[in-house]
Design a protein around this ligand. Structure first.
Ligand SMILES: [Zn+2]
Length: 136
Protein backbone atom coordinates (compact mmCIF):
# COMPACT_ATOMS: atom_id res chain seq x y z
CA UNK A 1 0.00 0.00 0.00
CA UNK A 2 1.33 3.43 -0.91
CA UNK A 3 2.38 5.62 2.01
CA UNK A 4 3.29 9.26 1.56
CA UNK A 5 5.91 9.21 4.33
CA UNK A 6 7.54 6.00 3.05
CA UNK A 7 7.66 7.37 -0.51
CA UNK A 8 8.64 10.99 0.25
CA UNK A 9 10.83 12.89 2.69
CA UNK A 10 7.74 14.81 3.86
CA UNK A 11 9.39 18.25 3.93
CA UNK A 12 12.83 19.83 3.82
CA UNK A 13 15.21 17.46 5.60
CA UNK A 14 16.78 19.08 8.70
CA UNK A 15 18.29 16.05 10.42
CA UNK A 16 18.11 12.31 10.19
CA UNK A 17 19.31 9.29 12.05
CA UNK A 18 18.70 5.60 11.52
CA UNK A 19 15.33 5.64 13.28
CA UNK A 20 13.98 9.15 12.78
CA UNK A 21 14.12 12.19 10.57
CA UNK A 22 13.14 15.79 11.21
CA UNK A 23 11.75 17.88 8.35
CA UNK A 24 10.73 21.49 7.95
CA UNK A 25 7.35 22.28 6.41
CA UNK A 26 7.41 25.42 4.32
CA UNK A 27 3.81 26.44 4.94
CA UNK A 28 2.84 30.01 4.00
CA UNK A 29 1.83 31.92 7.11
CA UNK A 30 3.61 29.53 9.47
CA UNK A 31 7.18 29.69 10.60
CA UNK A 32 8.69 26.91 12.62
CA UNK A 33 6.52 24.01 11.49
CA UNK A 34 8.46 20.76 11.80
CA UNK A 35 7.66 17.09 11.62
CA UNK A 36 9.43 14.27 13.39
CA UNK A 37 8.96 11.13 11.30
CA UNK A 38 9.76 7.55 12.24
CA UNK A 39 11.81 6.12 9.36
CA UNK A 40 10.10 2.71 9.26
CA UNK A 41 6.43 2.28 8.46
CA UNK A 42 4.77 1.92 11.86
CA UNK A 43 1.22 3.11 12.53
CA UNK A 44 1.07 3.68 16.29
CA UNK A 45 3.46 4.78 19.04
CA UNK A 46 2.58 1.57 20.87
CA UNK A 47 3.89 -0.44 17.90
CA UNK A 48 7.33 0.78 19.01
CA UNK A 49 9.20 -0.74 21.93
CA UNK A 50 9.72 1.43 25.00
CA UNK A 51 13.27 2.45 24.14
CA UNK A 52 12.17 3.53 20.66
CA UNK A 53 9.18 5.45 22.03
CA UNK A 54 11.44 7.28 24.48
CA UNK A 55 13.90 8.08 21.69
CA UNK A 56 11.07 9.41 19.52
CA UNK A 57 9.82 11.71 22.27
CA UNK A 58 13.35 12.87 23.08
CA UNK A 59 13.69 14.02 19.47
CA UNK A 60 10.22 15.67 19.55
CA UNK A 61 11.17 17.60 22.71
CA UNK A 62 14.53 18.59 21.24
CA UNK A 63 12.75 20.05 18.20
CA UNK A 64 10.39 21.87 20.57
CA UNK A 65 13.33 23.32 22.54
CA UNK A 66 15.14 24.44 19.41
CA UNK A 67 11.98 26.14 18.08
CA UNK A 68 11.52 27.92 21.41
CA UNK A 69 15.13 29.08 21.44
CA UNK A 70 15.10 30.35 17.86
CA UNK A 71 11.59 31.78 17.55
CA UNK A 72 10.30 32.56 21.06
CA UNK A 73 6.78 31.48 20.04
CA UNK A 74 3.69 32.16 22.16
CA UNK A 75 2.93 28.42 22.23
CA UNK A 76 4.18 25.10 20.89
CA UNK A 77 1.65 22.67 19.47
CA UNK A 78 2.46 18.97 19.44
CA UNK A 79 0.18 16.71 17.46
CA UNK A 80 0.19 13.11 16.34
CA UNK A 81 -2.82 12.29 14.18
CA UNK A 82 -2.01 10.10 11.20
CA UNK A 83 -5.57 9.54 10.07
CA UNK A 84 -4.64 10.25 6.46
CA UNK A 85 -1.09 8.89 6.72
CA UNK A 86 -0.92 6.17 9.37
CA UNK A 87 2.87 6.29 9.69
CA UNK A 88 4.20 7.55 13.04
CA UNK A 89 4.98 11.27 12.82
CA UNK A 90 4.70 14.22 15.19
CA UNK A 91 3.88 17.76 14.19
CA UNK A 92 5.88 20.27 16.23
CA UNK A 93 4.50 23.71 15.46
CA UNK A 94 5.57 27.10 16.77
CA UNK A 95 2.43 29.19 17.29
CA UNK A 96 1.98 32.92 17.53
CA UNK A 97 -1.03 34.89 18.68
CA UNK A 98 -1.07 36.66 15.31
CA UNK A 99 -0.73 33.56 13.12
CA UNK A 100 -3.60 32.69 10.79
CA UNK A 101 -5.39 30.24 13.09
CA UNK A 102 -4.45 31.06 16.70
CA UNK A 103 -5.97 29.99 19.10
CA UNK A 104 -7.41 27.27 16.84
CA UNK A 105 -5.31 24.32 15.69
CA UNK A 106 -3.63 25.09 12.36
CA UNK A 107 -6.11 22.71 10.76
CA UNK A 108 -9.01 24.65 12.28
CA UNK A 109 -10.93 27.66 11.06
CA UNK A 110 -8.81 30.53 9.80
CA UNK A 111 -9.00 33.53 12.14
CA UNK A 112 -7.06 36.26 10.29
CA UNK A 113 -4.30 37.00 7.80
CA UNK A 114 -1.00 35.89 9.31
CA UNK A 115 1.56 38.52 10.25
CA UNK A 116 4.64 38.07 8.04
CA UNK A 117 7.82 36.92 9.79
CA UNK A 118 11.39 36.72 8.58
CA UNK A 119 12.23 33.10 7.78
CA UNK A 120 15.17 33.39 5.37
CA UNK A 121 17.72 31.40 7.39
CA UNK A 122 15.33 29.54 9.64
CA UNK A 123 15.60 26.07 8.08
CA UNK A 124 19.41 26.31 8.07
CA UNK A 125 19.48 27.51 11.67
CA UNK A 126 17.13 24.71 12.73
CA UNK A 127 19.27 22.11 10.94
CA UNK A 128 22.41 23.44 12.63
CA UNK A 129 20.86 23.50 16.11
CA UNK A 130 19.42 20.00 15.69
CA UNK A 131 22.68 18.44 14.55
CA UNK A 132 24.39 19.96 17.56
CA UNK A 133 21.84 18.40 19.93
CA UNK A 134 20.70 15.13 18.38
CA UNK A 135 22.37 11.75 18.22
CA UNK A 136 20.74 8.71 16.71
ZN1 LIG B 1 4.84 4.68 5.71
Amino acid sequence: MACDLCDNTGGKLLWQGERLRVVYIDEPGYVGYCRVIWQAHVAEMTDLDEVSRAHCMRVVFTVESVLRDLLKPDKINLASLGNFTPHVHWHVIARFRDDAHFPQAIWGERQREATARETADLADNLAQALSARLRD
